[in-house]
Design a protein around this ligand. Structure first.
Ligand SMILES: [Zn+2]
Length: 131
């Protein structure tokens, strides 16, 4: 059984996508949406200040295993999104999902099937997934 919410979302995008129906428009708008997510996160650091980025090189011991690596990595992110920044980031992620669904529609792909396929891959590979 297909996930109804995901399919419904993809169908709604298909109905609404009138203005940017060309694959060229969808590809460029999808890329723009991804950039807007990055900008929104960046603004949470530089304009609002609710989050901070603190990065430095992490030393990984020579004998560390793949399973150990998580303990030696860091998000480099401090703080948490405030209500306003959270709203902006969520909006931009939503816009990105819209164009991702639009791309799936134009290429006759099912977004839910892709979620399932990726989840199975991640579940199988676990720590050996280098994404
Ligand atoms: Zn903020």
């Amino acid at each position: 059984m297909k996930d109804l919410l995901c399919d419904e979302f993809q169908n709604t995008v298909a109905e609404l996508l009138i203005r940017h129906h060309s694959i060229l428009d969808v590809l460029s708008k999808s890329q723009e949406a991804g950039s807007r997510i990055n900008r929104a996160v960046t603004k949470s650091v530089t304009n609002c200040g609710c989050t901070k980025i603190k990065a430095e090189k992490k030393e990984i011991p020579a004998g560390a295993t793949l399973a150990d690596l998580k303990a030696y990595t860091d998000s480099h992110l401090e703080g948490a999104l405030c209500e306003n920044c959270r709203e902006i980031v969520e909006t931009e992620i939503g816009r990105s999902l819209f164009y991702l669904a639009a791309l799936c529609n134009l290429l006759d792909l099912n977004l839910y099937d892709i979620f399932i396929k990726e989840h199975k891959k991640l579940s199988t590979l676990r720590v050996f997934n280098f994404t």
